[in-house]
Design a protein around this ligand. Structure first.
Ligand code: OGA
Ligand code: MN
Length: 282
């Protein structure tokens, strides 16, 4: 893909690209934004280094992609309720995002994208891994693709596998949880979804949030969900982003999953997150 104004450096053969030489703090021209948007669609996650963004500047950039949504389970910033901090302190044990997932797949209209801005990072570690679920879908056999056609997944916020969402937040954490009475939030979506902008199909299955397949037993669903989720994260479908303070990432939840690597005990990591509204998966 050629870009006129952007310097785009792919992260791996599978997905992800670092965009160099762009300052996101001020007004971006429409042409610059259009190319960034194209790079987002082409690479599925885009990354920038050396940014200095206050919450309002980050929000202004995120809004170019669409309206923002409010995350239900964590208190937003007082000055910007759309934004919240993902903070892991020196003594926290809870690692937010420490399982492969697509954000809020349990919502009726899950977010199109998520934007993280790194404020404090460990000396080493705390990378985020990503996988390209469109590439994973393409790699399936025709027989498997036919079998998945029309299957509907049941998605839940409860995170049963990890002792439950409420339990996860009860363990030492610096983040302020809210709405723990709504953890039963859930939705049904096709497990193969079509990207509204590119028309490409992608798997939409995670071990934590996809709790079953419609009209199938648990015994039938579980092995298929587990197979598909494991298949998505084969190394050749992934990339890994190493953060610096001032890095910004934007990923496409419609065709990727991500995983926060917890390998920096005793160190701090603080990120500012925004979520961009999406459509109902089809
Ligand atoms: C998230 C998330 C991963 C990370 O913000 O949704 O999963 O590396 N974050 O902080
Ligand atoms: Mn996440």
């Amino acid at each position: 893909m050629g870009y006129q104004t952007l310097d785009v450096e792919p992260c791996s053969g599978a997905m992800g690209a670092v965009i160099h030489g762009v300052d996101l703090s001020g007004d971006l021209s429409n042409q610059a934004f259009d190319e960034i948007h194209q790079a987002f669609l082409d690479h599925k996650a885009i990354f920038f280094h050396h940014q200095e963004l206050d919450p309002h500047q980050q929000i202004a950039f995120a809004r170019r992609f669409g309206p923002l949504s409010i995350y239900p389970f964590i208190e937003g910033l007082p000055e910007a309720p759309e934004a919240f901090e993902i903070l892991k302190t020196e003594s926290d044990e809870r690692n937010f995002g420490g399982a492969w997932h697509s954000d809020m797949s349990f919502a009726t209209t899950p977010p199109l994208g998520t934007m993280l801005y790194a404020q404090e990072v460990p000396e080493a570690g705390g990378d985020t891994m990503f996988c390209n679920t469109a590439l994973a879908y393409n790699a399936l056999s025709d027989g498997m693709k036919d079998m998945l056609d029309g299957l509907v997944g049941i998605y839940s916020a409860a995170l049963k596998g990890s002792g439950g969402r409420a339990a996860a937040f009860k363990s030492a954490t610096a983040m302020t949880a809210k709405n723990m009475d709504q953890v039963e939030m859930g939705a049904e979506h096709p497990i193969v979804r079509t990207h509204p902008a590119t028309g490409r199909k992608a798997l939409y299955v995670g071990k934590g949030h996809t709790v079953g397949l419609k009209d199938m037993t648990e015994a039938e669903s579980r092995p298929l969900i587990d197979f598909l989720a494991d298949h998505c994260v084969r190394p050749e479908f992934t990339c890994r982003f190493r953060w610096q303070a001032g890095s910004l990432a934007l990923w496409d939840n419609r065709c990727t999953m991500h995983f926060a690597v917890d390998d920096y005990p005793g160190q701090r990591r603080r990120m500012r997150r925004l979520t961009i509204e999406g459509d109902k998966p089809f």
